[in-house]
Design a protein around this ligand. Sequence first.
Ligand code: HEM
Length: 134
Amino acid sequence: MTEIPRDTLQEQTFYEQVGGEETFRRLVHRFYQGVAGDPLLRPMYPEEDLGPAEERFTLFLMQYWGGPRTYGEQRGHPRLRMRHVPFRVDRAAHDAWLSHMRVALDELGLAPEHERQLWDYLTYAAASMVNTEG
Ligand code: HEM
């Protein structure tokens, strides 16, 4: 029987298809560069060093898209809406958050289909994190 290369069978996870850990690290690193310079978002982050927050978010996204389950081992169930309750996520914070994500995603230069999938998820997730009106 002829061997069919694994890639052509669509067995790869989304995580693998977009380049694995390196891709998610680049995305979130660029995103946090935006957050670091954002007058609305930066003060929301409790720790002076954004590094640990960057690591948590990276591990979460890697796990969500089919990569290693390190986030869960370290943090348990994501319960993201609950974890955001201490922060005032209003429309302005939502818009700022997504704007930095858009820049980071553009710079990855993913295939259009992958990019769309990731962006659809991020916009949906960001909308669901809003917990304050105005
Ligand atoms: C809509 C605007 C958003 C704002 C303003 C916001 C803000 C924050 C802040 C201030 C933290 C605490 C930083 C830390 O110490 O880890 C945080 C944590 C986190 N956020 Fe968001 N966030 C938003 C949307 C999202 C979305 C859409 C996702 C997922 C796709 C997400 C995933 C996470 C994760 C995984 C953590 C760490 C949770 C943990 O403690 O394990 N956030 N966010």
